[in-house]
Design a binder for this molecule. Sequence first.
Ligand SMILES: NC(=O)c1ccc[n+]([C@@H]2O[C@H](COP(=O)([O-])OP(=O)(O)OC[C@H]3O[C@@H](n4cnc5c(N)ncnc54)[C@H](OP(=O)(O)O)[C@@H]3O)[C@@H](O)[C@H]2O)c1
Length: 229
Amino acid sequence: MDIAVIGTGQIGGTLTRRLSQLGHKVFIANSRGPASLAELAAETGATAVSVHEAARSGEIVFVTIPMWRISELPKNLFEGVDPDVVIVDTGNYYPRERDGRIDEIEDGMAESRWVANQLGRPVLKAVNTLHWRSLLEAGKTAGTAGRIALPVAGDEAAQKAKVIRLFDGLGFDGIDAGRLDQSWRQQPGTPVYAANLDVDGARRALTEASPERRSEFRAAPNSRLGKPV
Ligand SMILES: NC(=O)c1ccc[n+]([C@@H]2O[C@H](COP(=O)([O-])OP(=O)(O)OC[C@H]3O[C@@H](n4cnc5c(N)ncnc54)[C@H](OP(=O)(O)O)[C@@H]3O)[C@@H](O)[C@H]2O)c1
C-alpha cells in the first residue's frame, strides 16, 4: 500500500522503518524538506517528498508532529485530496512539557478533533497510546498472548477497519474505540495510555476513562502556544 508519513521523528521514523520492512511504499516529509531526509530514505527505501506531496501520496497519511506545530502545516494541505484517503493523527497534547496552551483542548475538546479542525479534514486518532520503542520492538503475530491493542477512534468505520488491518501487519490488535469526539478516552493520562494492554484490557480501560484532564496534563496558567511556561 502507498502510505505517507508527515513527521519523521520517533514515531514517524519508526513507522517508516516498520512499514517499509513490510513492503509498503512509504513517502516521508518533515519541516526541513526532502534533502534533510536523504539518510532515512536511503536506509528504508522510502521516498522523500514535500509535505504537500506527502498529503497526495498515500492511501493512508500519518500526521505525526508535535501538536503545537500542527498550525504550521500549509493551509488547505488536504484540499483536493480524495475523501477516501485516511488521515491518522498520532498526536498527544503535552502542554507542560512541549505544546504550551491550546485553549479549545483546555476547554474540553478532544485533541484529535482540534487537529481535524486545523486540517479541515476528518482524522482518526491512533498510535498515540504506544511508545515508539514498543512500536519498533513489541509487535507480535496475531493470536499471541499479550499482543498489544491499539485503540483507533474516528467517525468512518471503513477507514478504521483499514487502519486496523494495517496494524495487524505491524503486530498489534487494532480496536475500534468509537467516534472522534470520544477519543479523550485514549488521551494522555487515561488508563489505556502507554499501558500496553491486550484487547480485553484496552476495551476495559477505554470504558473506565474519565473526560476530566488530570492537572499534570493541563497547561500552566502562564503557558502560551508552543511555550510550555
Ligand atoms: N515519541 C513517542 O513515543 C510517541 C508515542 C505516541 C505518540 N506520540 C505523539 O506523536 C507526535 C509525534 O511525536 P514524535 O515523538 O515522533 O515527535 P518528534 O520525535 O519530535 O518528531 C517530530 C517530527 O515532526 C516533524 N515536524 C515538525 N513540525 C513540522 C511541520 N510543520 N511540517 C512537517 N513536519 C514537521 C519534525 O521534522 P523537522 O525535524 O524537520 O522539524 C520531526 O520529523 C506527537 O504529538 C507525540 O506526542 C509520540
